[in-house]
Write a protein that binds this ligand. Structure first.
Ligand SMILES: [Zn+2]
Length: 203
């Protein structure tokens, strides 16, 4: 565990909380559960009771799922560790991702759990934004119904709105990845895959 200094958004009181520096999901199922529920990234203020959000550097490793997510590392750390991680034979079938914040972290977990490809999902988000003719920040939420509709959320006027697209959109976007080996190649290894990353292919 490491310590994090936090300030309550309700009463401005400062506190120190304990947060894990790394989680091995196979060995620490209770922390895995907290990560999946999102409760890992909340803390309750002992002064006023308000529930606050917190982000902290975290290396999340699920060996059974072959998933490694690295939350908020420094650029130096990524530069130092990426070459060895990308070259390690035991990491070959892993999904290795750098994520910026808890929202990105939870989205990657959900995408992986649903058995989907995060690169294809980013293209789906791009296509869906264009269809909506809105510049909104879509996040994958879940797969729905027998047809496997993809449900995304986005913030609007302080609330969460949802938009669903058919699984055919996912299949079309997967086709785009298949036809563009440079996208596939760029997504190999420890990479941060987000709308900014995608933009260089769709400029
Ligand atoms: Zn408080």
């Amino acid at each position: 565990m490491s310590k994090a200094s936090v300030i309550c958004s309700g009463c401005n009181a400062g506190h120190t909380i304990e947060v894990p520096a790394s989680i091995n999901a196979a060995r620490e199922p209770e922390l895995k559960e907290l990560a999946h529920s999102g409760d890992l990234f909340t803390w309750e203020c002992p002064s006023c009771g308000k529930t606050n959000l917190v982000s902290f550097p975290l290396l999340y490793h699920d060996p059974d799922e072959k998933l490694m997510l690295w939350l908020a590392p420094s650029d130096d750390e990524v530069a130092r560790i990426k070459p060895a991680l990308d070259a390690a034979p035991e990491m070959e079938h892993y999904t290795l991702r750098v994520v910026a914040g808890p929202g990105d972290f939870l989205e990657k977990l959900k995408i992986h759990e649903a058995g989907l490809d995060d690169v294809v999902i980013e293209i789906c988000k791009y296509v869906t934004c264009n269809e909506m003719e809105k510049d909104v920040e879509l996040r994958f939420f879940r797969m729905d119904g027998a047809d496997g509709n993809l449900v995304f959320t986005y913030p609007k006027d302080g609330r969460m709105e949802m938009v669903a697209v058919g699984f055919n959109v996912y299949e079309d976007c997967r086709g785009i990845v298949e036809r563009n080996p440079q996208i596939k190649e760029a997504a190999r290894g420890l990479v941060r895959i987000d709308p900014d990353w995608l933009r260089r292919f769709f400029a």
